[in-house]
Design a protein around this ligand. Structure first.
Ligand SMILES: [Zn+2]
Length: 281
C-alpha cells in the first residue's frame, strides 16, 4: 500500500482510518487524488497524521493533485484537513454544503487555509458533466448534479465518483444513502452505473446499499470502510446480507485493514494489509 503505483495502472487504496473513509487514487499518468481523510469527533487519534501523512512521506509525495471531500462530516474531513497541511494541493473538490450550513470550525479552517494557499475550490456546478482524463483513465462526478439539494441532509449530497480504465470501473459514493442512490438510478443509465468495485455508502449502514442500487451497479467487490467494533454497528447485517445474496464479495477495512484495487484496464489485482493477495472465491 505504501509504494507508488506502476505507471500505466490505475490503483485505489482504501485506507484503514478506523471509523471513517479515506482513499488514495493513483492515476495511470502518475497523478494522485486523495478522497476524504477519516477522523472522528472526540477521538484523539487523527488518521491524517497517523495513516495518511506517513504513506505520503514514505512515497515521497509532496503534492496531491486533487483532494476531494465527499461531504463535510468530521469522519471525512478531519484527517483530510491535517494531511493537506504537509503537502501542496492542486485542486480541492467539495460539495459546498459546509459553507451554506456551517460544518464547524475545523471545516472552516480547512477552507480558509486552502484559500490562503490559492488552491482552487471546485464545486459540483463546475464538475458535473465533465469527463476528466488521466491518460487511459477517466473520472466523472456523478452526483450531486448539477448541484447539491439544500433540502437534503449531508450524506445524501455526497460527491459520487466514477473512475474507469479500459473495461474496469470503480465507484465511490461517500456516505450516500438510499435517497441519493435512487436519484442516481433515475438520472443515469444502467451502463453508466455498473462498476467492478463499489465503495458502499455510509460505512455499510442499513440506510445505504439499497437493493435496486446494488442490482444496477452489480459490483464484484464492495468496500465497507468502518472501525473495529465501532459504536454505530457498521456494517449493518442487512447490508452484508444484501451483498452476500448477490455474491458481492465484502471487503471490510475493520477486518482486512487497508485494501488495494489495481487494474491495467483488463486485469485486476486486489490485496489487503491483513490477508495479502485477494481473489474472488
Ligand atoms: Zn461517514
Amino acid at each position: 500500500l505504501r509504494n507508488d503505483c506502476p505507471k500505466g495502472h490505475l490503483r485505489i487504496n482504501f485506507l484503514d482510518v478506523g471509523q471513517g473513509d479515506s482513499a488514495i487514487i493513483d492515476m495511470p499518468d502518475g497523478r494522485m487524488l486523495l478522497v476524504d481523510g477519516g477522523g472522528a469527533v472526540g477521538n484523539p487519534v487523527d488518521p491524517g497524521r497517523t495513516v495518511i501523512a506517513p504513506i505520503l512521506r514514505n512515497r515521497r509525495r509532496k503534492h496531491v493533485d486533487i483532494a476531494v471531500l465527499t461531504h463535510p462530516h468530521p469522519d471525512h474531513f478531519t484527517g483530510l484537513a491535517s494531511a493537506l497541511t504537509s503537502v501542496s494541493v492542486g485542486e480541492f473538490w467539495d460539495n459546498g454544503q459546509g459553507e451554506k450550513d456551517g460544518a464547524g470550525p475545523l471545516y472552516a479552517r480547512l477552507l480558509a487555509d486552502l484559500r490562503s494557499r490559492r488552491v482552487p475550490i471546485r464545486r459540483p456546478s463546475e464538475l458535473c458533466g465533465t469527463v476528466f482524463h488521466f491518460a487511459q483513465a477517466q473520472l466523472r462526478v456523478l452526483s450531486p448534479c448539477p448541484a447539491i439539494d439544500p433540502s437534503l441532509h449531508g450524506n445524501n449530497n455526497s460527491i459520487i465518483l466514477s473512475i474507469s480504465m479500459g473495461t474496469k470501473r470503480a465507484m465511490l459514493v461517500g456516505d450516500a444513502e438510499e435517497t441519493e442512490e435512487s436519484k442516481l438510478l433515475k438520472e443515469l443509465r444502467q451502463q453508466d452505473l455498473q462498476a467492478d468495485i463499489l465503495k458502499v455508502g455510509h460505512h455499510g449502514s442499513r440506510t445505504s446499499s439499497s437493493a435496486p442500487f446494488l442490482d444496477a451497479v452489480r459490483p464484484s467487490w464492495a468496500v465497507l470502510s468502518c472501525g473495529v467494533r465501532n459504536r454505530f454497528g457498521h456494517p449493518h447485517p442487512r447490508t452484508l446480507n444484501e451483498l452476500s445474496r448477490r455474491k458481492i464479495f465484502p471487503l471490510r477495512t475493520d477486518l482486512l485493514g487497508g485494501i488495494s484495487w489495481e487494474t491495467d484496464g483488463e486485469r485486476v489485482w486486489m490485496s489487503s494489509a491483513v490477508s495479502g493477495r485477494l481473489s474472488l472465491p
